[in-house]
Design a protein around this ligand. Sequence first.
Ligand code: SF4
Length: 360
Amino acid sequence: MTSKDIMGEEQFSDGPPLGKLAPSGGSALHEVNSVGVILLAEPRGFCAGVDRAIEIVERALTKFGAPIYVRHEIVHNTYVVNDLKTKGAIFIEALSDVPPGATLVFSAHGVSRAVQEEARARGFQIFDATCPLVTKVHVEVAKLNKEGYEFIMIGHKGHPEVEGTMGQLDSGIHLVEDVADVARISPLQTERLAVVTQTTLSVDDAAEISAAIKARFPQVRVPKQQDICYATQNRQDAVKVLSPQVDILIVVGSPTSSNSNRLRELAAKLGTEAYMVDDASELQEAWFEGKARVGLTAGASAPDVLVQQVIDRIKALGAVSVRKMAGIEETLKFPLPKGLKLDAQGQALEVSGSLLHHQG
Ligand code: SF4
């Protein structure tokens, strides 16, 4: 370990919280024309839903052996997907690509009712890794639909979570991606209209679109707290605090990751140069020229090992310390579906009862 590494480790654990640092513009570090400090956003990286989804696939592999089929990328991260592939997971989009009798996992983004029904009809052993916070939205849609509601969904067209949520009903959900879309939708009635959202949106953009919906449909039912999840909210809040204090912000996340993209966009909106990288190899030296303070965060599907590799690469460019900002500590953990218990040594227990474990 080099002296730089030791220094970095010490400051990582003992350095002052970010809020106590001098404002970026007045820092002595700015007189040095190279990276001086890496400031880590808190919280960053894995959320409870991603943790659970990956654990479901890993436990299924341990318990039932390879291959385990997964519908869509379990979470939107290249490293995670490749790692599970090497362990024996096979990622598919069409259920017709899954052989009879196979074990199938639904991804964290959730699936439509049509996909659930097709999977059951094909007789697969199913484990549902849909994030419980997405399932909560599905349950709400089903409940309000029974009460005669039509829905306006704020989300990104083509995202699997949006397809899953809209696919909870045969009809009656209108997608809006931005404020302009609000003027275009034509609900059949306006007495019973409710708003639902994708869980990984920009909090500020969703609030703006919600306001436009309310202006056009004053009776619309808007949830007190949007369906945007705690992890998305917390990571965006952390970027809002961090961005003004750094010269550049790096977001670790894959191009398909909605919440990671939103973090980069948010920093850019706040006037901070920001880049998203899938891993350390995508970092470009030129980005860091004259940047004394580098902010670093990670989307909810980006594993810590990638953050560590990015830190090492930025240290190689001259960073001498790593400091963690003060932030919310996340302790939420979601229970696993039944049927995936392992013994104390991490070995498979005998399967008892029905092999069909399905939630939501
Ligand atoms: S980002 Fe939010 S909704 Fe998505 S898996 Fe994580 S906790 Fe669940």
